[in-house]
Write a protein that binds this ligand. Structure first.
Ligand code: SF4
Ligand code: SF4
Length: 450
């Protein structure tokens, strides 16, 4: 029997009946008006290369990234740029977007895909293509992949590429489905990244419940000149977190007697996008999004064009049963509140959800006093005492506000907390423990309350 590697302590098992049921994915309607944000990830914005009134083609470059942390943006539908809009995003950051009214014909949708040979391309050429097509990490922060490749090239030590198919949170339903529906693209994307980054090894890390998927991924690796293997991990949250994943992979490497060097961790949506950029010369035009929550009539995983407004996505799922109390993008544990249903889907939107107040779990009331039950200590994967850190944080004063750093307190009191939110979930007094520990009263804590 294959060994399953899990992180040693803490963590929680997450279930949510309001998550979309398993597959197949549903193609969302093409947006009549698409709102293409000039910030599609957590890095720097891109700058328009088109003007109001211009006609754009499907897949055409409409905004160019400038410098490190910034990525190119392309039109997801053909049409005419009719205006520029702005709104306040997380951390009071101003978001600008080009609004495109769909018109004209599609050049890629419904057409036979042309495959471009890539095997003889150098790693520099692969990186240039990945940069040109604006590929960013589509899970998590959204860092531009070409910047990651630059860093790898300057590093003297070997790298292992980790394909993270660890589904410890039911709200990763879109990634899970993409893996199954696009297994070949995910595997080939990993191989392309392996070549582009000159990695010494590729590891497919999969939740143990996805063994069959692991077999399907490994079946695609025949003939590769980069050694590849499969590791089964636990599925307790936060197993996919960088720290917990690294713990189990280093244990695996020790058992198998190899030195993994530094780990480059990428998810399946990113690798499928790398495949599409290099083999199909296609930018990120759409993405898989899990749409659900107790307020949504028909939760489902949808393939959604970038720039589609979130309100339209909910409407396609039958709308709301009743007025939702919370609407957010991402997972209830890692997401951020959505202030306006006209906000668009961006490259990093893996889930959107709307929750009824009556179904927000057992902790609906206002926060109470700590009862020193110890639940938070029992689940902390880092071995911290969240109760103590929370009380120290209260003595220091209120959190600094939305959008501040989540790397720990300036005085080091919260150092080591990586904001997984396990303590928040189990606290019967409904205290915002991680937000106080990290000095961040902002978006993620707000979404977590959903
Ligand atoms: S889980 Fe909440 S109530 Fe229990 S000890 Fe921790 S902070 Fe206090
Ligand atoms: S949020 Fe921080 S303190 Fe709370 S369980 Fe996670 S690592 Fe521990």
């Amino acid at each position: 029997m294959t060994k399953v590697y899990s992180f040693p302590r803490g963590g929680i098992s997450l279930e949510d009946p309001a998550v979309p049921a398993k597959g197949p994915s549903v193609a969302a309607y093409l947006p009549g008006l698409s709102v293409v944000s000039l910030i599609q990830h957590s890095g720097a914005r891109a700058y328009p290369v088109v003007s109001i009134g211009d006609v754009v083609r499907e897949g055409m470059l409409i905004a160019r990234g400038q410098g490190r942390g910034s990525a190119n943006i392309h039109a997801a539908v053909p049409g005419r740029v009719i205006r520029m809009v702005s709104w306040k995003g997380p951390g009071s950051r101003t978001n600008d977007a080009l609004v495109i009214r769909m018109e004209g014909s599609f050049e890629k949708l419904g057409k036979r895909e042309e495959i471009f040979p890539w095997e003889s391309l150098t790693c520099f050429e692969l990186q240039r293509i990945i940069s040109e097509y604006g590929i960013v990490e589509m899970e998590g922060s959204g860092y531009p992949v070409s910047d990651t490749l630059s860093s790898l090239r300057n590093s003297p030590e070997p790298y292992t590429l980790v394909v993270r198919c660890v589904f410890d949170d039911p709200w990763l339903a879109a990634d899970r489905l993409l893996c199954r529906e696009r297994v070949k693209a995910v595997a080939e994307g990993a191989f392309i990244m392996g070549r582009a980054g000159r990695v010494s090894r590729i590891i497919f890390a999969l939740s143990h419940g996805e063994r069959d998927l692991g077999g399907a991924l490994l079946a695609e690796t025949g003939g590769w000149d980069i050694p590849s293997s499969l590791v089964l991990t636990g599925s307790r949250y936060p197993q996919r977190n960088r720290r917990e994943l690294e713990l189990v992979l280093r244990r695996y490497a020790k058992k198998e007697s190899f030195e993994p060097g530094s780990l480059l961790v990428l998810g399946p949506a990113t690798l499928a996008a790398v495949h599409d950029a290099v083999k199909l010369k296609k930018p990120i035009l759409d993405r898989y999004v899990a749409v659900g929550g107790s307020a949504v009539k028909t939760p489902q995983v949808m393939k959604v064009r970038i720039g589609t407004r979130i309100g339209e996505i909910f409407a396609e799922c039958g709308g709301f049963i009743s007025k939702p109390k919370r609407i957010a993008s991402g997972s209830p544990l890692q997401g951020r509140p959505v202030a306006d249903l006209d906000e668009p889907i961006v490259k990093t939107s893996y889930a959107v959800f709307a929750m009824l107040e009556s179904r927000m779990g057992k902790f609906q009331d206002r926060p109470q006093n700590c009862i020193s039950c110890g639940e938070c200590r029992a689940v902390c994967p880092v071995g911290l005492d969240p109760e103590e850190l929370y009380k120290k944080a209260l003595l220091r004063g209120p959190p600094a506000g939305a959008g501040v750093s989540r790397e720990g307190d300036a005085d080091g009191q919260g150092a080591g907390c990586h904001g997984c939110g396990c303590c928040d979930v189990v606290c019967p007094s409904r205290l915002s423990l991680s937000a106080h520990i990290l000095g961040d009263s902002g978006n993620q804590a707000g979404a977590r309350r959903a």
